[in-house]
Design a protein around this ligand. Sequence first.
Ligand code: UDX
Ligand code: UDX
Length: 475
Amino acid sequence: MYFNFQDYIPMKEITKICCIGAGYVGGPTMSVIAKKCPHIQVTVVDINADRIAQWNETDLDKLPIYEPGLKEIVAATRNKNLFFSTEVDKAIDEADVIFISVNTPTKTYGKGKGQAADLKFIELCARNIAKVATNDKIVVEKSTLPVRTAGAIKNILDNTGNGVNFEILSNPEFLAEGTAIQDLLHADRVLIGGDETPTGQKAKDLLSQVYENWLPKERILQTNVWSSELSKLVANAFLAQRVSSINSISALCEKTDANVEEVARAIGYDSRIGSKFLSSSVGFGGSCFQKDILNLVYISQSLGLQEVADYWEQVIIMNDYQKRRFADNIISTLYNTVSGKKIVFFGWAFKKDTNDTRESAAIYVADALLEERAELSVFDPQVKEQTIFRDLDYLNTRSPEENKKLVTVVDDPMDQVENAHAIAVLTEWDEFKSYDWQKIYDKMLKPAFIFDGRRLLDKVKMEEIGFNYYRIGQV
Ligand code: UDX
Ligand code: UDX
């Protein structure tokens, strides 16, 4: 007899949400859903008890993630309709909808090493949901995943579950760190992919209703599940490609009298090109761009599309070149040796307004300079000392003891510039602009150099003070 799944999907509005993974994506996304949907109970769970404890901190400055506007929302919703918990199974069982928002790092072993996404956490989540769920659920992929992962999740759920029905949706996140709350509140679009079956449609509509609490319906796009999964990778690949494109031009500008900012402005005025995402930099970082492109490359290769794979891989090759080029320029400008020279890093985060350092260009520039035996002193307004050493140690280029010997992390930028040979600006923190640069200059060794990897500082002013000032994309 034909089995009508549709009856098993809750017709009622969603009232309980569980999110597995209290990270940069899960935390802010669920906070905004809780704020905008007071009638929905949102529980964010994580296997990391420390992280959950931090989310439950009374002192809101100690939340595990720094995002402008986040602590205010957490203050208004926490323990009302937003809960952070380590009781994963209980939250799964109670929820109508389960978001999977765990990390999907690039594989560091076996087939696809260095390129494919490691899906072990996703699989663990799916198996746990299957084990625990006693009634029908909608399971939402929030983590960025290779195309066709939903199929794998569905397979696990359908074959190992307690006979309950699962509808799988893909609902990728497009928030950018540092502006996460604004991006969530005023999303350009929300993408919901699901099966083109009556039950799939119903699940998509129920999830759409959640977002319709604060976003216009026309901004909520529904697609099939594969289009949704692929769109997320493609969106990040296109964005990263713009940065690599303008960065390739920055190298050309430095060899000519062109100024990359003027070129970006001139092309950005063409409405077909658009002005956003054309800031030349020391290179893009963050947890998504590189990982998602590597994923796209791996998928293309696996499907026999070598030319497509090569095309996208070039975006990463250009980004690596930009980071290396910045470090090489510091070395050659400082008379071809930085051995024993004090170089001060302003910024370590991969962009301003976040404490996230994953894949930050600063890590790779530091590594290249440390290979030349430079002595680094690092200041970042939001990044902790232990994170900086963790990032360097993770590269395994030298021992943790050597890193400790060569790198100092300081809380006050003024303390570190004393007797420095050069300052390198790696993150575009606004506060760097308002520093007393005359005082900084006075404390440094002469000639005093600035290498501005973010084009942040005022060139004319820096040169008037007396600095030898170099910025990306301009002689
Ligand atoms: C992650 C991915 O990096 C990104 O590709 C995806 O789009 C969303 O998820 P993010 O939130 O930034 O992004 O990751 P992270 O801050 O590492 O948070 C993931 C959390 O999941 C961690 O707190 C981790 O403890 C938790 N986790 C992981 C679980 O709760 N269960 C697991 O089985 C694995
Ligand atoms: C990105 C996507 O923007 C977001 O939609 C997706 O959900 C996750 O990945 P994120 O990595 O948080 O977000 O930050 P983003 O603002 O995109 O910046 C990524 C990197 O590119 C940063 O290192 C940034 O400094 C760099 N960048 C960005 C440039 O160098 N120049 C630019 O013009 C823009």
